[in-house]
Ligand binder design. Structure first.
Ligand code: SAM
Length: 208
């Protein structure tokens, strides 16, 4: 049986909202609504424009305050998902923590450890295995382990570094770990494959 809905906090660490992050946040909002959990996008700069599709989600809250202020006095109930943590996330962490904190950062290759900006705040950390995930994937895996409690971390179906094939001549390899769906394909936010292809075409055009 699924345990009580958790709160997933993404502390937005970039000044602006790029199109990749927007699609990731929309995916987190949609899945949070479907699974009775909450999604807080925190630390938003004063002039941040929340996309209407995100505000429309019942699970979503936009917050200008940072996680330290939001959870003042309840710090021990917040778990930071941290690629450098000593311990991996386990289903029992669903009993210890109410809120799970993620860096609102785009993945980079090689990883630049920007999660360290949140580590400094002193929340207890858990790792999601050794491979870098996109923020929406990290939230998805955390929810599967601590809320759905169907499987432990190592039983989640993954695909590492999938190749996206656009046509006979164009493909790109994603340097991240993804959860796979029932069709065996990596789960990605709606519109992400098209955005990746558009960005790939743009970088080729920029060469000429
Ligand atoms: C795209 S990742 C950013 C990783 C990035 N390269 C960095 O500079 O830290 C965004 C967020 O997802 C979570 N995350 C991704 N992979 C993870 C892993 N293997 N273990 C724990 N958390 C992870 C972290 O909260 C991280 O801040």
């Amino acid at each position: 049986m699924a345990s009580a809905g958790k709160t997933f906090i993404v502390e937005h660490l970039d000044e602006e909202l790029g199109p990749w992050s927007e699609l990731e946040y929309l995916a987190i909002a949609a899945e949070s609504e479907e699974t009775n959990s909450k999604f807080i996008l925190s630390c938003l700069p004063p002039n941040f424009q929340v996309p209407p599709a995100l505000s429309a989600s019942k699970a979503f809250t936009a917050e200008h305050r940072g996680v330290e202020e939001l959870y003042a006095g309840q710090k021990s109930r917040v778990c930071l998902l941290d690629p450098a943590a000593a311990k991996d996330l386990a289903p029992e962490d669903g009993e210890t923590f109410d809120a799970f904190l993620f860096g609102g950062i785009l993945g980079d290759d090689p990883p630049r450890d920007r999660t360290s900006e949140l580590r400094k705040k002193g929340f207890e950390g858990r790792r999601l295995g050794p491979k870098q995930m996109t923020t929406d994937t990290a939230v998805r895996v955390t929810r599967i382990v601590v809320q759905d409690k169907i499987v432990s971390l190592d039983q989640v179906p993954y695909l590492d570094f999938p190749e996206l094939k656009f046509n006979d001549h164009e493909s790109t390899q994603m340097p991240f770990r993804y959860v796979t769906g029932a069709d065996g394909k990596p789960i990605m936010p709606k519109g992400m494959v098209e955005l990746i292809q558009k960005d790939a075409d743009k970088s080729v055009d920029d060469l000429f």
